[in-house]
Write a protein that binds this ligand. Structure first.
Ligand SMILES: CC(=O)N[C@H]1[C@@H](OP(=O)(O)OP(=O)(O)OC[C@H]2O[C@@H](n3ccc(=O)[nH]c3=O)[C@H](O)[C@@H]2O)O[C@H](CO)[C@@H](O)[C@@H]1O[C@H](C)C(=O)N[C@@H](C)C(=O)N[C@H](CCC(=O)O)C(=O)O
Ligand SMILES: Nc1ncnc2c1ncn2[C@@H]1O[C@H](COP(=O)(O)OP(=O)(O)OP(=O)(O)O)[C@@H](O)[C@H]1O
Ligand SMILES: N[C@H](CCC[C@H](N)C(=O)O)C(=O)O
Length: 478
């Protein structure tokens, strides 16, 4: 593709463009290099490296110079996404974007499962990567950079995916990573505190999420909203201002309404109302909050055109996502579970949700990630203290921070907690504490396969560490 075709500008010279990237280290001959101003660095300072690597053109802010043809744009991130959408033009027929603080991954997975059960070739993109029956790809971000995103969507579409549910994070929205995606449905789970290291205020965080509804949802699209989530009314208002229809779900939902939700040992017994009819479904999901995510997923699939009755019939068949209230081992009439709660709201929600599974005590293990919102740490500690019988504070991904300082900030919210920095030791100590009917809930890292300390990622998987600890304890008990 010629640069002028890609950029919709008359440019001389007009080189052939063979690829796009915002990372000078990934530039190959014929690539367009997008010089983006970032948090850590200014992409413009890498233009010489891009030129050396064979770049054919540059995208940059006004005032930036190069010996190569330059596309000048005051919003280069937005422009890069537009270029990426043109360079990789194929998108599934139906794309649903899901935003919110908690529940995006589960909702995206549920929506993709429902579509599959209804006979569509469906997939998802998010924290667990790009997944479908016909195409899989590991991804570094919940919402990938626009080049990776559009390339992935193009490849998924070529592989046959027609229905895609994708997570759209607030970072992704603020950085225009998903611009150029044709969203038929935009969905909202909830908004509570997170990422206040990146967003200067909670309002800024909400507004970033709001972009999915105000800027990215197609003008003939539909908003699907979990009416039980914090912030739902404000999102209804965003849709109303654009005159867009909504599908409202949850206990407070209008279109898919939860009438009752009874957690039992292996799942949830749900009673719902949709289109004037009452349905029962018993999905194998642990945690009452998963009912909200399941109903929102149903709302997404209905918003994209499926019949409510058909969707309700399949709700019993959806399965939980890895690392989300995942049962990993049984011990002494209780069990060990792993969950990805890494916000104050999620810690409280997950601990409340596990209570019905614990005839005995609830023991919580948690840490908090380094180089992320510090203000959430004592609140996470307090949420654990309020909802667990015993709390143990350990390390999550310290990244470049001092792990002991992170733990000290969590401990401000739960001063009586036991502190064990080494996560493996903490899990072993938690398992050793389990008595008849007790439950251990290991929070924060869910499906993650590594622990990031400094710049290094060491293999670490909560579920397998917990299984090994349970096996050791069983041996000891004979
Ligand atoms: C705060 C944030 O989101 N930063 C992301 C952003 O970095 P940045 O633009 O600030 O990059 P920078 O390091 O300042 O560099 C500026 C530019 O110079 C370029 N560069 C840099 C070095 C070099 O040698 N050559 C070069 O060209 C970089 O590619 C970049 O374009 O763009 C980078 C490239 O796409 C991302 O890798 C990086 O994600 C960082 C690592 C990150 O941790 N992001 C997390 C917080 C995130 O995005 N999380 C959300 C999920 C949150 C949730 O919902 O829980 C996600 O969607 O994953
Ligand atoms: N509807 C919900 N309300 C409150 N908490 C929830 C809800 N759904 C999930 N959670 C909690 O949030 C955790 C993270 O869930 P999930 O991975 O689905 O969220 P996410 O929005 O994808 O997060 P991230 O983008 O950070 O990966 C879960 O493990 C659970 O503890
Ligand atoms: N997407 C989230 C994941 C957090 C997971 C937790 N284990 C941590 O490291 O903080 C983030 O980047 O904030």
């Amino acid at each position: 593709m010629r640069l002028s075709e890609l950029a919709y500008e008359t440019i001389e010279p007009d080189p052939q463009i063979d690829g796009l990237t915002a990372d000078s280290r990934a530039v190959s001959r014929g690539f367009l290099f997008a010089a983006l101003p970032g948090v850590q660095a200014d992409g413009a300072s890498y233009i010489p490296q891009a030129e050396e690597n064979g770049a054919a053109a540059i995208l940059a802010l006004p005032g930036v110079t190069s010996k190569l043809p330059v596309i000048v744009d005051a919003e280069p991130r937005r422009r890069l996404a537009q270029l990426a959408a043109r360079f990789y033009p194929r998108q599934p027929e139906v794309v649903a974007g899901i935003t919110g603080t908690n529940g995006k991954t589960s909702t995206a997975r549920f929506a993709a499962q429902l579509w599959t059960l209804l006979g569509c070739e469906a997939g998802s993109i998010g924290t667990l990567g790009a997944q479908s029956r016909v195409y899989e790809r590991a991804l570094a971000h919940t919402t990938p950079d626009p080049v990776t995103l559009h390339e992935t969507m193009d490849a998924m579409t070529r592989a046959g995916v027609t229905h895609l549910a994708m997570e759209v994070s607030s970072h992704g929205l603020a950085q225009h990573r998903a611009d150029g995606v044709h969203f038929r449905v935009a969905a909202f789970t909830n908004i509570t505190q997170d990422h206040l290291d990146y967003h200067p205020t909670f309002e800024d965080y909400f507004n970033a999420k709001g972009r999915l509804f105000t800027d990215l949802l197609a003008s003939n699209g539909t908003a699907a909203i979990n009416m039980d989530g914090e912030g739902a009314e404000a999102v209804v208002e965003l849709a109303r201002l654009r005159g867009l229809p909504t599908v409202q779900t949850g206990w407070n939902g209008r279109d898919v309404k939860l009438l009752s939700c009874e957690p039992h040992m292996s799942g949830l017994a749900l009673e719902l109302e949709c289109g004037g009819y009452v349905y029962r479904a018993d999905p194998p999901l642990i945690g009452a909050f998963q009912a909200e995510n399941a109903l929102l997923a149903a709302g997404i699939v209905i918003a994209a055109g499926a019949k409510g009755a058909d969707v309700m019939m399949q709700l019993a068949n959806i399965e939980g996502a890895p690392g989300r209230m995942e049962f990993v081992a049984e011990i002494a009439g209780g069990g060990v579970y792993v969950d990805y709660a890494h916000t104050p709201d999620a810690v409280g929600t997950a601990l409340k949700a596990i209570r019905p599974h614990a005839p005995g005590r609830v023991i919580a293990i948690l840490g908090a990630g380094g180089d992320r919102d510090r203000t959430k740490r004592p609140l996470m500690g307090a949420a654990a203290k309020a909802n667990a019988d015993i709390v143990m504070v350990t390390d999550d991904n310290p990244r470049t921070e001092d792990p002991a300082s992170i733990r000290a900030e969590i401990l401000k919210g739960c001063p009586d907690a036991k502190e064990i920095g080494d996560r493996g030791e903490a899990i072993a100590a938690g398992v050793a504490m389990l008595d008849e009917g007790d439950v251990l809930l290991i929070l924060g890292k869910g499906h993650e396969a590594g622990q990031q300390v400094g710049d290094q990622v060491f293999p670490f998987d909560d579920a397998s560490v917990a299984r090994d600890a349970v096996a050791d304890r069983m041996k000891e008990l004979g």
